[in-house]
Design a binder for this molecule. Sequence first.
Ligand code: TYD
Length: 141
Amino acid sequence: MDLKNSTIEDCKIIDLPKINNRAGNITSIHSNIDIPFNIKRVYYLYDIPGGENRGGHAHKKLHQLIVATSGGFDVIVDDGKNKKTIPLNRPYIGLIIIPGIWRELTNFSSGSVCLVLASSLYNENDYIRNYFDFLNIKKHE
Ligand code: TYD
């Protein structure tokens, strides 16, 4: 699925492995096994002030898994045609976002942490930050 043809239906919610333990749980995520890409970078968003939004861009090649490891937030995914809001609020549920999907993260609960596993190193050239540019790319299918 490429940048132009990807749709929000390709952004799958996946159940991550959960090891239940009386003393607390563990979720481990294996590159190319639990998720369909090789992990090259991990980052997390935290200390997000109330009412703030994050995201507001699409990627050309990057694949990501987003997990609410603490608290919760909403992810709005948009393929230029359809949009949907996906609430994330469990550390064992992840959302796969593929290239060519505009995403916004909103409604962060207090103290929430957004973990992101990414398929490549940070590269500003991989971002589409202008929504009209995004719509233009998506309509030339
Ligand atoms: P951005 O991806 O736009 O943030 P978000 O989608 O969470 O709102 O990144 C915000 C800034 O942080 C941007 O100037 C680049 C920098 N940044 C890095 O240096 N490395 C990274 O891995 C990420 C994700 C961002």
